[in-house]
Design a protein around this ligand. Structure first.
Ligand code: PGA
Length: 254
């Protein structure tokens, strides 16, 4: 059975006590959910809350992810967190290359590629974020930007049997705007992303190991219109995942 991914990206929005409460609320909501066998629900808090939230989620079936990782395993890399550390704290997923990091911290496709390799080596599932800016879209560069991010982000990466990789297509200009893209456009783009992968990865790997999500102003009202599209395997949710009343209808999208 194919899974539907719902990933909560809390960014830097919650104070520690708020994050703990939200994790408990989400776990409670998940527990009462019926027909959830095909749902993979993941919470990505700040690094500082990972240990505490791991304890809350551990018996629940809700999974933990981080919002970033560093590519080296150990050493003099002040402030960095390794993939092995995240794994040891109970993370299953890691978001890599979010547009906010690409823009504000100059994260490049090259460093993103190193992070994906490090995550896979440690047994974490990378969530590679890609997306075009409004200017790039207006200039007709959407496809080439996305292809470049996929090709260079996944350069020299060979997924083994059992490895998974998620790609979140997030048009930069709709993130946090309250206005998602048209689900039909997202579906066409997601299908194009899957086709672009076939240019450098075996078809079996693309079909079995790679899943493509949509992100950008997903909410309780529009979530179903995205998740009902055949090429959309899940959603990455920012703003609507930090408030339980807004997140409940997303988890209950069926
Ligand atoms: P948003 O954020 O849902 O608030 O638009 C999504 C994201 O940046 O991952």
């Amino acid at each position: 059975m194919s899974k539907t991914y719902i990933i909560a990206n809390w960014k830097m929005n919650l104070m520690p006590k708020e994050a703990i409460l939200q994790a408990k609320n989400i776990a409670k909501e998940y527990k009462s959910l019926k027909g959830k066998k095909d749902l993979e629900l993941v919470i990505c808090p700040s690094f500082t809350e990972i240990a505490a939230i791991a304890k809350i989620l551990q018996p629940t079936g809700v999974f933990l992810g981080s919002q970033d990782v560093f590519w080296e395993e150990k050493g003099s890399y002040t402030s960095s967190i390794s993939a092995n550390t995240l794994k040891e704290y109970g993370c299953k997923y890691v978001i890599i290359g979010h547009s906010e990091r690409r823009k504000l911290l100059n994260e490049s496709n090259e460093s993103i590629n190193l992070k994906i390799k490090a995550a896979l080596k440690a047994g974490l599932i990378p969530i590679l974020c890609i997306g075009e800016t409004f200017t790039e879209r207006q200039a007709g560069q959407k496809e080439s930007v996305l292809f470049d991010q996929v090709l260079n982000g996944l350069k020299d990466i060979w997924l083994k049997k059992g490895d998974s990789l998620l790609i979140a297509y997030e048009p930069v200009w709709v993130i946090g705007s309250g206005q998602a893209v048209d689900p039909d456009e997202a579906e066409i783009t997601q299908a194009a992303i899957k086709r672009s992968l076939l240019e450098f990865m075996p078809a079996g790997v693309v079909a079995d190991n790679i899943f493509v999500l949509y992100g950008g102003s997903v909410n309780g009202m529009n979530v179903k219109s995205f998740l009902s599209k055949p090429s959309i395997d899940g959603v990455l949710v920012g703003g609507a995942s930090i408030d339980i009343e807004k997140f409940k209808p997303i988890i209950n999208y069926k």
